[in-house]
Write a protein that binds this ligand. Structure first.
Ligand code: NAD
Ligand code: MG
Length: 385
């Protein structure tokens, strides 16, 4: 029996994770499930999986959770500190599927507990990559990438010869606006931006995919996960989302991982690793797919990707600032306060105004994140005014 905890259990990745766990009740024992405030979904999942505890990060939602769980045998907890407490409880396997920098402290808590952390929350490696990787090493934690591209690379990396890697190529679907002319991008609405052609995901990452900031964040994530220099990371647009990423070796071999675009595959890989487990994902039928197409990304139409590439090369505090500004801008876009093109503009502007020293601790990262959010929020106000 693997003892598992799911942080962000009510989201897109969290729900897929629970689906796999619940189909294999004899293999997994659920320690804790967490959510921000979706009491109904969290409580139902906690009761179904006989979780030891359920946590809402938003303390205001605790009374409702307590009421819903009364008599169920599941302990109800509330507050961001409680999310960290359960992350530290030492499950064998923890899914980190909270969205955004709210995931940083819980991911750190799970790493410090020294178990296996399946990482969907890419923002924690973007903002605090050095600090997180150092913590994983110091506490003997195992970090397994869940992001489909990184999971693909993880599967393709020949661990016996890391010096044999020439390049890591992350594929990108290009999102819903892959072929949209620049002039038409100004009028893109939140509803259009969250309608991803290939993947079903939470709102924030869907907007990130639409701006291609997501691929930029993923380059930074890959830089921390894999033993390569920034120059060895490349992006290739591949609209079918069948090839999930590739590793090119010095001898000319290119290994790729393929599959239907369904997060249950990379989640299952992380859940069963180093074994494999069955999923209900439809098998890949390449004859039906017919064609696999590839093209270079257009950095002119997708300035967010260019911005993230610069932040990766510059390093230090740049990725943390970029991540924070982007989160503020995406939230403002989803709330209808700013336009689509302003997401990248606000991120660029925040980066140009603020240049602190490289953070060496998680607290330093969080301070940079907080300050960058203030700059970005000011810019949002300027746009609205
Ligand atoms: P989502 O919005 O569907 O779910 C987010 C989860 O985080 C929910 O359970 C929510 O309750 C919780 N949450 C939100 N704010 C919180 C807070 N302040 N404190 C504590 N918990 C909070 O998001 P998602 O699409 O499942 O993505 C989760 C993470 O996985 C993101 O970092 C995303 O980039 C990454 N990811 C997602 C996918 C995907 O297919 N959805 C693919 C790759 C990577
Ligand atoms: Mg991805």
């Amino acid at each position: 029996m693997k003892r598992v905890t799911v942080l962000g259990a009510t989201g897109s990745v969290g729900t897929s994770t629970l689906d796999l766990i619940e189909r294999n009740p004899h293999a997994f024992e659920v320690v804790a499930l967490t959510a921000n405030c979706d009491v109904e979904k969290l409580a139902a999942a906690a009761i179904r999986t006989r979780a030891r505890c359920a946590v809402v990060a938003d303390e205001k939602c605790l009374p409702a959770l307590q009421e819903r769980l009364a008599g169920s045998g599941v302990e109800a907890m509330g507050g961001a500190h409680s999310v960290c407490d359960v992350a530290r409880m030492g499950a064998d396997w923890t899914m980190a599927a909270i969205v955004g920098s709210a995931g940083l402290k819980p991911v750190m808590a799970a790493l410090e507990a020294g178990g296996t952390v399946a990482l969907a929350n890419k923002e924690s490696l973007v903002s605090a990559g050095e600090v997180m990787m150092a913590a994983a090493r110091a506490h003997g934690a195992t970090l397994l990438p869940v992001d489909s591209e990184h999971n693909a690379v993880f599967q393709c990396l020949d661990r016996t010869a890391p010096r044999g890697v020439r390049r890591i190529i992350l594929t990108a679907s290009g999102g819903p606006f892959r072929a949209t002319p620049k002039e038409a991008m100004r009028d893109i609405t939140p509803a259009q931006a969250v309608a991803h052609p290939n993947w079903s995901m939470g709102a924030k990452i869907s907007v990130d995919s639409a701006t291609m900031m997501n691929k930029g964040l993923e380059l930074i994530e890959a830089f921390h996960l894999f033993p390569v220099a920034a120059e060895q990371l490349a992006v290739l647009v591949h609209r079918q989302s069948v090839v999930h990423s590739m590793v090119e070796y010095v001898d000319g071999s290119v290994l790729a991982q393929l599959g239907t675009p369904d997060m249950r595959t990379p989640i299952a890989y992380a859940l069963a690793w180093p074994e494999r487990m069955e999923t209900l994902c439809p098998p890949l039928d390449l004859a039906t797919v017919g064609k696999l197409e590839f093209e270079n990304p257009d950095l002119d139409r997708f300035p967010a990707l260019a911005l993230a590439m610069e932040a990766l090369k510059a390093g230090g505090a740049r990725p943390a600032i970029l991540n924070a500004a982007n989160e503020v801008a995406v939230a403002a876009f989803l709330a209808g306060r700013i336009g689509f093109l302003e997401i990248a503009a606000i991120s660029a502007d925040t980066l140009s105004r603020y240049d602190p020293a490289a953070p060496e601790t998680l607290d330093a990262v969080l301070a940079i994140d907080a300050e960058a959010r203030l700059y970005a929020a000011e810019r949002v106000k300027d746009c609205v005014a």
